[in-house]
Design a protein around this ligand. Sequence first.
Ligand code: PXP
Length: 243
Amino acid sequence: MDIALHVNIDHVATLRQARGTNYPDPVEAALIAERAGAHGITAHLREDRRHVNDRDVRVLREVVRGTFNLEMAATEEMLAIALATVPDHVTLVPERREERTTEGGLDVLSHREHIRRIVGALNDRGIRVSLFIAPSRSQIDASKEVGAVQIELHTGDYAHARPHDRASHLKSLADGAAHARAFGLRVAAGHGLTLENVGQVTAIRECVELNIGHAIVSDAVISGFDGAVRAMLEAIRRGRASA
Ligand code: PXP
């Protein structure tokens, strides 16, 4: 396969944090994802630690066999963690406390010098840097200029568009991917991709990596529900029988 799937395990951690338990463990989900054939694991360590935490990042670094991609904001705190952890890839994303998820692409153009310094520090440690951006030529050009080797095109607008608007969003993604590739950048894509809308993105031949989380975690919850209820009934029956 010439397109890699990196599974984002953030929302397994969201479920854990909802109860403050030690399950479900995103590390266990990562191992299952790799056994199922995923080429890598993506985790977003947010400033507020609302889902993935520092321990998850350390353990993921140890156990992930494929590519470990750490998503993070371009802050000094996150830079220090990345330099200490040394993931294979870092994806720099914009982050606002009040957002539910990463809402827009990184504005590389306006924060060129800051991002150049962070990218440089990561590159010096041998970490490949990807920038999560909208498919705009100016952002793509700025990404190359600050030293990134990869961009991740934000597919959120495409994924959330009404059916009749999808084609134009897809065209922007395809044009952005072609421009970036011609410029020597590796191209990834992600955000909001589902079983239903992923197919058309795979038609963009320049795109060699997809980062997908919410849909996979959601499908796992629904498809695993029947078995989970049956397992609980069995445990109840066994308990009663031995009482
Ligand atoms: N790529 C990036 C940079 C992201 O921030 C996210 C969301 O955390 C994803 C991909 C995955 O998006 P989704 O969870 O909608 O599949």
